[in-house]
Design a protein around this ligand. Sequence first.
Ligand code: MN
Length: 200
Amino acid sequence: MSAKDYESRRDFSRTPEPEPDDGNAPGRSGGPIFVIQKHQASTLHYDFRIEVDGALKSWAVPKGPSTDPREKRLALPTEDHPVAYADFEGVIPEGEYGAGTVLVWDTGAYDNITEKDGETVPMADALAQGHALIRLHGRKLTGGYALQRTGKGESARWLLVKMDDDEADARRNPVSTEPKSVLSGRTIEEIARDQDPDED
Ligand code: MN
């Protein structure tokens, strides 16, 4: 889904979310980034986003990522988000798309480690082909993850799975044991409370 979907679903006079950039934003140094945003909307989920060619490709992961390679986590594609969204944490007001609270659960650089015949496959091509391997350099998540599309057409779904490498750890469960924002140190309840004028 494109960046146009992002823009058309939002009223930027009401939501504090970043407006789409004009495509002329100055480039950052360093490699592409990923971000995982815990989003307490009508249902709790984790938005998994990776920077690809100037946008954040996005999936909603209902259960959040696992560090256990045996756990296959369903990942539902959502619309591309502007790269500036990676820093967004706060409250989306009632009545707006995605109304609820957003917390930056993890972020960092990532490497594309998708290869075919010994060559790196560009990430956009890897995603188009339904199979991408990435190495995360986050605060909570590190090491390889696979994004795998299964099924076709209407029944296509993606799975987010930890690769079985040195950083795999079936005993960790960071989604429940490390709930706080890596940006602000706040819990999702604290973010919601901080933004609620009735509580001041
Ligand atoms: Mn979301």
